[in-house]
Design a binder for this molecule. Sequence first.
Ligand code: FES
Ligand SMILES: [Fe+2]
Length: 402
Amino acid sequence: MPDSQENTVSRRYGIPLSALSTSQIDGIRRIPRHQDARPPSLLERRSVEIFLSDEYWKLEKARIFRAKPVVVAPSALLPEPGMVVAQDGYGIPLLITRDKAGKIHLFLNACTHKGAALVDDCAARKWSTISCPYHAWAFGLDGRLIGVPRAESYANFDKTTRPLTRLPSQESGGLIWGILDPHAEADFSIVDDQIAVDFQHLGLPNWHLYGQRRFNLDANWKLVMEPFLEGYHVQRLHVNSIGPQGMDMFADVVGVADRFGLHTRQTSGRGNYKPEVLDDPQINIRNFVTHAYNLFPNTVVITSPYYTSVMIIMPVDAAHTRVDYYMLTETAPDNPKAEELYARSFTIIQDVFGNEDFKASELCHRGLASGAVPDVIYCGMEAAIPQFYEGIEGVLRAESQS
Ligand code: FES
Ligand SMILES: [Fe+2]
């Protein structure tokens, strides 16, 4: 993005350092000057089996993706009361609603008459009720069955016995979390409060959904997560786009990593970062610092100067992954210049993530599947990756003992 245009928009929409959470400010103040930044020296290993094995994926599915909270959508997908959207990315038909009072509900997207999908695509819509396309049973956005055509033809039928099948859900910090098992206990304790506080300070609960796109990838979901946990590749994989031969936005340094429960926050100084910029209360801090959150297990939130990327990385099986990418902006574009800039950013970010990061994940999966190496090794520039895997391994172990 040419700097002059970027600054025009970010001056208008920017966030000063003081608007961030105490924890975020503390993280930013710990970013060293680029020339003083030293990555730790380490060599960590993970067996290729964690990426290739169907057995390992089955464990992850049972003990994490069907047992623990996962993000199903950003709040911005349903910005107003009275909205409905389907989410099919997890291989379970989900229906997310925001009722008239603004409360989020998560259901199986299946009619309780004979199971027909109630919503057949993933577009968000404003509806006051949900009507099944088959025999037109009607449900409230709170899941109650409220209308049955020719109800007199059912003998002894009590409508209250056939509400939509509810899944545990919670909305916090601008994200909607769900547990994808209708029988699961509604335990959202791993959704760390600090994450929600940080996201409130980033404005996520009120931001506008500018655009979204689904990617279907031939790679294990963790290989898709990896590039968002390290800065090692940025100057190299992205050399011609956002790297040194392109927009040259970033420095070749490792970010300040903080862990909140199983989640990771990486705070990185962009190429133009110097500690002195923090003395100016007028700056848009997002011009100088990037936040990348890796939310356990499969969601990435990354800040740019005037937009935020949310990615939900949903495994299909051990070798295939769907990614829902959402670009959020502070407001809807209200002038042609902002529209042009957002549109161009949306194109660029899809290109960088899609044709570079996601492509690299697919290339790795193919190479690992060839048997080229018995394990993957990680250096100090990638230290957050094995840390993230320790979180996954801890949950897999704890569940096997319980
Ligand atoms: S399957 Fe939905 S009304 Fe019959
Ligand atoms: Fe990248």
